[in-house]
Ligand binder design. Structure first.
Ligand code: 5CA
Length: 445
C-alpha cells in the first residue's frame, strides 16, 4: 500500500476523551472512530489488525477441531424465554421490537441460539463430540462503556460451544479450549494467564478467565509470580488426547492465579511472600463448563449408546476479539506510539523515502516495494512529500515492527537502513539484504 493512496487519518493532538494509552493511540493512529458511546467504526488500519486477530483465532480454533459457522446478531426473545434468561439478563440486554411488535434482542451471547440449532439437528451420541463457533458482533448495554474498544457496547467476540455426551467429555472440551487459547494469545505476542474466575450470567461452576497483565486492566488479580515463567511455545499438542490437554491444564492452572471474585486470602498467603503478586489485568477470554443448564430447559437431548435419552453436556468459550486490539497495545507501546507484534501487524514493513521525487530514491523504494510484495508480504510505503521527521513520527505512531529507510546519501554507498521499532536499533545494508531479512522474519525466506 502507498500512503498517498491509503486512508490513514492520524491525529496530531491527543484526544481529550481517551483515558488510557491504547484508546489514545487507536484514535491517534486513525484506527477507530467513535460512532456512539461504546460503538466504533473500524477505519482501514484498525480493520486490518482486527482481521489479523480474527485469522489467528480461526486458525487455532480449527487446529483444535472446532467448526466455524455464523449466527445472526438479532435474536428472537422466545428462545431466551425458554432458558429463562430473557428476564434474568437485565438491562445489559438491548431489547428491540420489530414492526409486528415481536420482542427481539441484539445478542449479548449465543447459548440459546446454538442450543436451538443443536436440538433441531442432533439426536444421537454418534454425532458427538461437537464444537461449533463463530466470530460475530455482540451488544451489551454496558453501564459504563469506556477505554475505547476495551469495554464497548458493540464488540466482536469469538464464541464457541461444545456438545458432549458426558461431563467427562465436556471437561475434555474445556481443557482443549484452554490449551488452544494459550496458543492463540501467544501468537498475538501476548501472555494471557488463565485464572480461576466467577461465571456471572453465563452460569456453571468451572470457569477460567484469561488475563493480560496491565496497569490499566479493569480486573484486580492475585497470582503466584512463578506463573509468568510459563510459556506454551511451539509445542504440538494432540487435541484429541485427554492426557495431553489435561497435562497442559495442570501445568498452567496449578499455581495460584485468581480474579478478585474468587480470591482466597488464606490460600494466597501460603505462597512465599516474595512470589505473591497483586496486580491488574485485562480479561481477553473466558471458558465455561455449565453442563445441562441450557440443554435441560430447552430439551437438547441425545440418545445414549444404551438407548436412553439424556440432556447434552455443554460449555461455552469466548475470546474478546475487538478488545484484544486494546490489550495488545496496552502490553506493547512506548512514548512514540504502538509497537505491533509481528503476528498481528497491519503491514509487515514500512518503507520511508527520505527524498520523494529524487529519481534514485524513488526507484529504490519502488524496487523494495515490488520485492516485498512478491514475497507475499504487505509493505506500507510512505511516498508523501513530507519531511523525514514527519514520516518517522507517523511510522512510529502506527507501530509497524520494521522500517526500511531509503535516502540518496545511503544509496550512494549502496545501502538502506533497517530499523526495529521495538529496540530502535538500525542497521545499514544493501537493499537486497534488507528484503532477505524481512523475508526471514516473516518465515518467507
Ligand atoms: N458466552 C460466553 C463465552 S462464549 C461469554 O459471553 N463469555 S464472556 O461474557 O466472558 O465474554 C467473552 C469475552 O468477550 C470476554 O472475555 C471479553 O474479552 C469480551 N468482552 C466481554 N464484554 C465486552 C465488552 N463490553 N467490550 C469488549 N469485549 C468484551
Amino acid at each position: 500500500m502507498r500512503l498517498t493512496r491509503y486512508f490513514l487519518p492520524v491525529l496530531k493532538e491527543t484526544p481529550a476523551e481517551a483515558q488510557i494509552v491504547s484508546h489514545r493511540l487507536m484514535l491517534r493512529a486513525g484506527m477507530i472512530k467513535q460512532a456512539a458511546a461504546g460503538i466504533y467504526s473500524w477505519l482501514p488500519l484498525g480493520y486490518k489488525v482486527l482481521k489479523n486477530i480474527e485469522t489467528i483465532v480461526h486458525e487455532e480454533q480449527q487446529r483444535a477441531g472446532h467448526i466455524p459457522m455464523l449466527m445472526p446478531t438479532l435474536q428472537s426473545a422466545d428462545l431466551w424465554r425458554e432458558s429463562g434468561r430473557f428476564d434474568a439478563y437485565g438491562p445489559e440486554m438491548l431489547r428491540i421490537k420489530d414492526r409486528q411488535d415481536r420482542d427481539m434482542l441484539y445478542g449479548p451471547t449465543n447459548e440459546e441460539m446454538i442450543t436451538d440449532i443443536f436440538r433441531s439437528h442432533v439426536s444421537s451420541y454418534k454425532d458427538l463430540p461437537l464444537t461449533l463457533y463463530h466470530i460475530q458482533w455482540k451488544f451489551r448495554d454496558e453501564m459504563r462503556p469506556r477505554f475505547g474498544v476495551m469495554r464497548g457496547r458493540e464488540f466482536l467476540m469469538k464464541d464457541g460451544y461444545n456438545f458432549d455426551l458426558t461431563k467427562e467429555d465436556a471437561l475434555h472440551a474445556y481443557n482443549r479450549h484452554l490449551v488452544s487459547y494459550l496458543r492463540t494469545y501467544e501468537r498475538m505476542g501476548l501472555q494471557a494467564i488463565p485464572m480461576r474466575a466467577d461465571s456471572g450470567p453465563i452460569g456453571g461452576d468451572d470457569t477460567h478467565e484469561f488475563l493480560v497483565l496491565a496497569e490499566t486492566g479493569e480486573s484486580e488479580v492475585f497470582y503466584d509470580a512463578e506463573i509468568t515463567d510459563l510459556k506454551f511455545g511451539d509445542r504440538e499438542i494432540d487435541y484429541d488426547s485427554r492426557e495431553a490437554c489435561q497435562a497442559v491444564l495442570e501445568e498452567f492452572t496449578s499455581r495460584y492465579a485468581r480474579t478478585d471474585e474468587t480470591h482466597d486470602e488464606a490460600v494466597f498467603n501460603e505462597i512465599p511472600e516474595e512470589r505473591r503478586r497483586v496486580a491488574r489485568g485485562i480479561e481477553v477470554g473466558q471458558i465455561f463448563y455449565f453442563g445441562t443448564k441450557y440443554s435441560e430447559p430447552m430439551g437438547a437431548m441425545v440418545q445414549t449408546p444404551e438407548g436412553g435419552r439424556v440432556p447434552v453436556h455443554m460449555g461455552s468459550h469466548g475470546i474478546g476479539v475487538s478488545r484484544l486490539l486494546g490489550a495488545i497495545i496496552e502490553a506493547s507501546h512506548d512514548d512514540k506510539g504502538i509497537i505491533w507484534p509481528e503476528g498481528v501487524t497491519p503491514f509487515h514493513v514500512g518503507i520511508v523515502n527520505l527524498k520523494q521525487g529524487d529519481a534514485e530514491a524513488d526507484a529504490a523504494c519502488e524496487s523494495l516495494y515490488r520485492q516485498i510484495t512478491d514475497l507475499g508480504l504487505e509493505p506500507l510505503y510512505d511516498d508523501r512529500e513530507e519531511r523525514a521527521g514527519g514520516k518517522f513520527a507517523t511510522m512510529d505512531l502506527i507501530g509497524l515492527p520494521w522500517r526500511i529507510t531509503v535516502g540518496p546519501r545511503g544509496l550512494k554507498n549502496g545501502v538502506v537502513e533497517l530499523t526495529s521499532r521495538r529496540t530502535g536499533e538500525s542497521e545499514e545494508m544493501a537493499p537486497e539484504a534488507a528484503v532477505a531479512r524481512i523475508a526471514g522474519i516473516y518465515g518467507k525466506g
